[in-house]
Design a protein around this ligand. Structure first.
Ligand code: ARG
Length: 609
């Protein structure tokens, strides 16, 4: 904390002791003639029961006693405006830091990504993973322990189909002649390993195609049977044949799921998204399936059926006449009723989310918040899940926030991109196109960069253009705007970072400076002031679950740095050595802060541009 913040804190505490642990909120005044900073006193109005101008008046008076730090103190409505003395500016400079905060003993679970086995990522998978990763990174910066979990969709009838089409030779697999068993098996393995998920999807679509083409009933039935063997519904495990069949299917399930998770994570790595865990929906079935990867999360002591039973016992859920189980919500909540268990005893997506809440609350993680980064179409679904959980486990959830940080949709301005299939825009196609466009733009500027830098710029452009908008809104993605080197775009901020870094590299060494009689320009001060707002931007972004707050901050800092750059001639040749060294140190802080800001948004910085 800087000295001015400390003084403001002391003044508030001694003038208004009823305000317990006040936060100090500093802003930029609307006009530069008003001051260097505006101190907002509105937050204290409620507790003190005083009008903000009255509070401001009292604080302004108290600041008169600190001439060494504050100059020309004035009030405007609920704001105390003031200028800083040179001493305070230097102190503010010394207090700048982009270091993570010490651990705060709170755990946050972030449920994000929500990808499904056997299906490739599409443009929508830019949204929740990007938002979720930024919420994770900002919370970690603030000292929280964060557990990111992808709630992987790895269960359901699709596996019956995948297993069926995997096991039984069919002429559709190869475009050429029917294959012998041996050739078939080889082809299968090769294609699986080569094409990973796209092959799984091919298998899946093939399933549908053949079901539509051929002897519909028997294929459909056979796939269903395979799923039963996998989930051992109605299977006699004492019968060695049946047991073997079950084990085979479990092994195939593991193979498909491992491949899917690996492939999804490979793609997500490109956009800097890395979940700690991929705890699948299947996990909550309580079947003790092998873990598709080496992740070490605690075991489950019960299953979804136990949850349904518990909810019935707690009178939260009721058994219907047809044997299914559902929940009817209190009239005033206006939430439509829902089903938790079908009449055949199988659970639903909603049941898996209830199981996930219970698991996260009882497995030792002890989270103070569980944040769901899931798109806006699932608002009702999660509202139902949260309401049921609070009806069932009010005590356990008393100190836990359940929050749906929903996001809107992303569309391309140009409409559907030409893709391998219809209207779905695959994430990998978007990434490839971004790379080509970026390369071309750079070439037109006469620059040839490494592939790593081109990738950082193109993916940065895509991610930034999404993250810079309020997540609740739908976004129209526009390549020209995203890849522009001017205005509020990823490349503009990256360019500012590279520009700052180049100056530092050129200067080679930054010496200590004498701060007593430095004559700072308004541009020096504007940069320094913006740098001092970094922690507030991260905190607001994290606590409101809105990455665009941090994105906007990065843009403002980049803009102020560029204004400084344009209006400060010959930084490296400045004759006043102290001023030169101060400015170099300031530029270094700008580059560090832009880099940290982007790191928290999970966007990389290029080294050259
Ligand atoms: N796999 C789900 C889907 O495709 C999204 C999962 C979101 N997370 C959750 N806890 N429900 O719709």
């Amino acid at each position: 904390m800087s000295v001015i913040e400390q003084i403001l804190l002391d003044v508030v505490v001694s003038s208004f002791p009823e305000v317990l642990s006040p936060t100090i909120t500093l802003d930029t005044p609307p006009k530069k003639e008003l001051g260097d900073f505006a101190f907002n006193v509105f937050p204290y109005a409620k507790v003190t029961r005083l009008a903000p101008p009255v509070i401001a008046e009292k604080i302004a008076k108290a600041l008169q006693n600190h001439p060494k730090h504050f100059k020309d103190v004035s009030i405007m409505g609920g704001y105390v405006n003031f200028f800083l003395t040179n001493t305070s500016w230097m102190d503010l400079f010394g207090s700048l830091s982009t270091q993570s905060k010490p651990a705060n003993n709170e755990t946050v679970v972030v449920d994000y990504i929500g990808a499904n086995a056997g299906k490739p990522l599409h443009i929508g998978h830019l949204c929740t993973p990007s938002i979720g990763q930024s919420i994770i990174n900002t919370h970690e910066y603030l000292g929280y322990t964060v557990i990111g979990d992808s709630h992987f969709g790895d269960w359901g009838g699709i596996f019956g189909k995948l297993i069926y089409w995997w096991k039984y030779p069919h002429e559709y697999l190869s475009d050429s002649k029917p294959l012998s068993e041996e050739e078939y098996s080889l082809e299968k393995e090769n294609r699986l390993l080569e094409k990973w998920v796209s092959y799984l999807m091919e298998l899946y679509q093939l399933g549908f195609k053949i079901i539509a083409d051929k002897d519909h009933m028997s294929v459909d039935e056979d796939s269903r049977k395979e799923f039963q063997y996998l989930s051992w519904i109605g299977i006699d495990l004492t019968n060695p044949e049946e047991k073997k069949h079950h084990e085979e299917n479990v092994a195939l399930w593991k193979k498909f799921t491992s491949i899917s998770i690996a492939e999804v994570n490979k793609k997500l790595e490109l956009i800097n998204v890395q979940p700690k865990y991929n705890i699948g929906e299947s996990f909550y079935e309580g079947l003790n399936l092998p873990r598709p990867n080496a992740e070490k999360y605690p075991n489950l002591q019960w299953n979804m059926k136990d949850i349904v039973k518990e909810l019935i016992d707690l009178k939260v859920a009721t058994q219907n006449d047809d044997g299914s189980v559902g929940v009817v919500f209190p009239e005033e909540t206006k939430i439509p009723s829902c089903i938790l268990q079908k009449k055949d005893g199988t659970g639903l997506y909603l049941t898996s989310d209830l199981a996930a809440i219970k698991y996260r609350m009882t497995n030792g993680w002890n989270p103070s918040k569980i944040i769901y980064c899931v798109d806006s179409r699932q608002q009702l679904h999660l509202k139902q899940a949260f309401t049921i959980a609070r009806m069932a486990w009010p005590k356990e959830l008393e100190k836990t926030e359940l929050f749906h940080a929903f996001n809107g949709f992303i569309k391309l301005k140009e409409g559907a991109m030409s893709t391998r299939k219809g209207t779905v825009i695959f994430l990998s196609d978007l990434i490839d196109k971004g790379f080509e466009l970026t390369k071309k733009i750079l070439e037109d500027k006469g620059q040839s960069l490494s592939d790593t830098d081109i990738q950082a710029i193109s993916i940065g452009a895509i991610k930034y253009s999404y993250l810079a908008q309020d997540r609740e809104k739908d976004v129209v993605f526009d390549w020209d705007k995203a890849l522009s080197f001017e205005g509020n775009s990823g490349p503009y901020i990256q360019y500012s970072y590279v520009r700052a870094k180049n100056i530092i590299d050129k200067a080679r060494e930054i010496k200590k400076f004498e701060s007593e009689k430095l004559n700072l320009s308004e541009y020096d001060r504007a940069c320094l002031r913006r740098l001092s707002f970094f922690d507030k931007a991260v905190t607001d972004s994290a606590t409101k679950y809105k990455p665009h707050i941090l994105a906007t901050y990065c843009y403002e800092l980049a803009s102020e740095f560029n204004a400084f750059y344009v209006h400060t001639p010959k930084i490296l040749e400045e004759q006043d050595e102290d001023l030169r060294n101060f400015r170099l140190a300031l530029i270094e802080k700008v580059s560090e802060t832009l880099k940290k800001g982007f790191e928290l948004l999970a966007i990389e910085m290029p080294e050259r541009m």
